[in-house]
Design a protein around this ligand. Structure first.
Ligand code: NAD
Length: 503
């Protein structure tokens, strides 16, 4: 799609997780050769796109923002139908695309380079931001439109062409987003969408890297796949932009406002059914407030509304059967030394209902809080994408920070405290790329750097001005108008100080 429609080898059906029998989209999956062909198409188109002045590209981004805004409700409805994200959240996700466009449309009139003083006379130095070329972007489907826009919008603005490989289970949302972008007047081949499975994507990317038709890889997904994609890019001397999983801690100090902390833990633990990269992993609560916190948190989880994502609910179903299967495996990590304090676990069915909700045949799961989690437990150490939150205790802030860093991810984190000293000590010690104070672990804004460290990524950042470094390369230019060869370091005037001088 984009340059040209690729004839799919096999057909994938994306279904509605609230009503798994309902097919939302049927797409052909491309093979490796088709992926590589899309990259060649992009490479052709990029040359002309890079010549379009950046302010004009900025106006295209402005049009995309307007188109998305005008179609916000239908796009959000589609996201809800395809991945089960509650409608209010889906609308927020669509808003994030508009915010991203709002930020980058102005960048088209900035994209500043610098003039830099030279160490020699009659010589000028400059820096320019050049587009990278073709960006191959591979994304997860839990944020099927917002997270891709964090790549697509700045990449296009900077003069790159893009080959986007969305998650299969979010194909309809991706196709709708592609059509909105295309309606902005983007020239053919500048943005291309390829649906493919993981194996063919990897093989296609390898081919394209070998052919020299991909110059930047953007990957949002699991740490496991991110590692492979990062290795592949590294073999071609490229550093991929890797946005991976998280095991996001929330520290609750004895001076915290507990009701606020409970609200934050509920939203970040179970909103989006715990399927955000920034979802809460483990609550690390001071032993003096543990019992009170757990009691309130468990009550809030029991009372939370899970159900039809088109209604006003905290969470809908899991994204897709693949995630339900994986989540059921995480539930087996609950050990005898753990206490489940939230009531029932597992799939919501007629035999395992949630109040009067019997799950309606959808991929709905009970939210689970596991108390008594220990630092050596799998539940403590690994990402558990889905509605399950662990709880453990600490006695000193240093211990809390050490526990928060222990799993080795480093995406988001949060502390609840009323003492600024605790907030700043936490900020300094935590290895995460993002820190919330008296706020949940979730909730990015389009103009703040987003990204992680450790198992959450390789230090790349998206959003705001920071992402420009992913999609441009600095070029340094020097221009000597002295009429002679002036040699740097050698032909530099020297002003001799009297270093023996004393008062
Ligand atoms: P995933 O890693 O299984 O898949 C992500 C994308 O990669 C999909 O498009 C998939 O088809 C593709 N893929 C799979 N195997 C591949 C391979 N070998 N080579 C190339 N591409 C391949 O991730 P998922 O399960 O779909 O998504 C959930 C994960 O994504 C979670 O770990 C979550 O934390 C993470 N995530 C991170 C962020 C972030 O910004 N840090 C945002 C959203 C999701």
């Amino acid at each position: 799609m984009g340059g040209k429609d690729t004839a799919g080898e096999s057909v994938y059906e994306s279904t509605n997780p609230a009503r798994p029998g309902e097919v939302v989209a049927r797409v052909g999956l491309a093979d490796a050769a088709a992926f590589a062909a899309a990259c060649r198409t992009a490479k052709e188109a990029q040359r002309e796109w890079a010549k379009v002045p950046a302010p004009v590209r900025g106006r295209v981004i402005a049009s995309i923002g307007r188109l998305v805004e005008a179609n916000a409700e239908s796009l959000a409805r589609l996201v809800t139908r395809e991945i089960g994200k509650p409608y209010a959240e889906a609308l927020g996700e669509v808003r994030e695309i508009v915010d991203t466009c709002d930020f980058f449309l102005g960048e088209g009139r900035r994209l500043y380079g610098q003039t830099v003083p030279s160490e020699m006379p009659d010589k000028n130095l400059f820096t320019f931001r050049n587009p990278v070329g073709v960006a191959a972007v591979i994304t997860a489907g839990n944020f099927p439109v917002a997270v891709p826009s964090w790549y697509l919008v700045p990449a296009l603005l900077c003069g790159n062409a893009v080959v986007w490989k969305p998650a299969e289970y979010a194909a309809a949302s991706a196709e709708a987003m592609y059509r909105l972008f295309a309606a902005s007047g983007l020239p053919d081949g500048v943005l291309n969408v390829v649906f493919a499975d993981g194996a063919q994507t990897f093989a296609g990317l390898e081919l394209a890297l070998e052919e020299g038709s991909v110059h930047k890889v953007g990957f949002t997904g699991s740490s496991e796949v991110g590692r492979k994609v990062g290795e592949l890019a590294g073999r071609h001397l490229q550093s991929a932009c890797l946005e991976l999983g998280g095991k996001n801690p929330m520290v609750i100090m004895p001076d915290a406002e507990l009701d606020l902390a409970v609200e934050g833990a509920l939203f970040s633990g179970f909103g989006t059914a715990g399927q955000r990269c920034t979802s809460l992993g483990t609550v690390i609560v001071h032993e003096s407030v543990h019992d009170e916190f757990v009691e309130r948190f468990a009550r809030a989880a029991r009372e939370a509304r899970i159900g039809d994502p088109e209604q006003d609910v905290l969470a809908g179903p899991l994204l897709d059967q693949k995630f339900a299967d994986r989540y059921e495996e995480y539930l087996t990590w609950i050990q005898p030394h753990h206490q489940v304090v939230s009531g029932s676990t597992g799939k919501i069915t007629k035999d395992n209902p949630r109040g009067d909700f019997d799950g309606d045949g959808g991929l709905y799961y009970h939210p689970v809080i596991v108390d008594g989690v220990r630092p050596g437990d799998r539940l403590f150490l690994e990402e558990t994408f889905g509605p399950i939150v662990g709880v453990t205790t600490f006695t000193s802030l240093d211990e809390a920070v050490e526990l928060a860093n222990r799993p080795g991810y480093g995406l988001s984190s949060s502390i609840y405290t009323t003492d600024p000293k605790h907030a700043f000590r936490f900020r300094e010690g935590i290895s995460a790329g993002m820190v919330s104070v008296n706020n949940s672990t979730s909730g990015a804004e389009a103009h703040l750097p987003f990204g992680g460290n450790g198992k959450s990524g390789n230090g790349s950042r998206q959003s705001g001005v920071w992402v420009l470094d992913q999609f441009t390369r600095w070029q340094a230019m020097n221009w000597d108008f002295s009429g002679r060869l002036q040699k740097a370091q050698m032909d530099v005037a020297e002003i001799v100080p009297d270093l023996e001088f004393r008062l």
